[in-house]
Design a protein around this ligand. Structure first.
Ligand SMILES: [Zn+2]
Length: 117
């Protein structure tokens, strides 16, 4: 019971929804660029799935205690949010999972904004 309350508290106080909203915004932007401007094939469901799945890097919060702390900056404080991983994420942009890694880039950006303000 306590765990459920904790999860609820995390859900209410964290900015996870900003990540989801921004994923949809990037999805729309990619659609316009790839379909309208570049006339490329665009597997919209696959792209959206990759973007949303990129937020799974937040699972590294489970390695920290407390799992969520609103005053803690995620970047460099959690395993997958470490700057050491950035080269690997950049390489990922050149694979078929590029949308997943674009999502990670966006995720980093939003977490960074959250750290500044
Ligand atoms: Zn994060």
């Amino acid at each position: 019971m306590e765990t459920i309350l904790n999860l609820l508290q995390i859900a209410l106080s964290s900015d996870w929804w900003v990540h989801i909203v921004s994923n949809f915004a990037l999805w729309g932007l990619l659609y316009v660029i790839e379909v309208k401007l570049l006339s490329r094939k665009f597997k919209s469901r696959n792209v959206l799935l990759q973007l949303l799945l990129s937020n799974l890097i937040d699972l590294d919060h489970l390695l920290s205690r407390p799992i969520y702390d609103p005053s803690r900056c995620s970047l460099n404080n959690h395993l997958f949010h470490s700057y050491y991983f950035i080269p690997a994420y950049v390489i990922g942009l050149f694979t078929r999972f590029r949308y997943f890694f674009m999502g990670i880039g966006l995720h980093f950006f939003i977490d960074y904004i959250g750290c500044v303000f």
